[in-house]
Design a binder for this molecule. Sequence first.
Ligand SMILES: [Zn+2]
Length: 101
Amino acid sequence: MKIRKGDKVKVLAGKDKGREATVSRVLPKENRLIVERVNVAKKHFRPTQTVTQGGIIEKDMPIDASNVQIVCSSCGPTRVGYEFGSDGVKKRICRKCGGDL
Ligand SMILES: [Zn+2]
């Protein structure tokens, strides 16, 4: 999975298409991720004896990792490339501008 928690991504499909937001959780096994305020499911609750206040709870639902594109801070939505730094550590780079991601 090329995308990590905290990355800024652009949503390419679904009801929140076009939105840019931050990844709050990555689910590598399912190749899915949860993006803040994207694909929000609303659950309605009625007041009960234990919970006196009803209302709506909103929950961010996972979306497929292939439906987002990572956003480079200097040139916008881009593709991820990899490069080995001078210290031998593999790092992620922007394929457009070559900057670190
Ligand atoms: Zn870039």
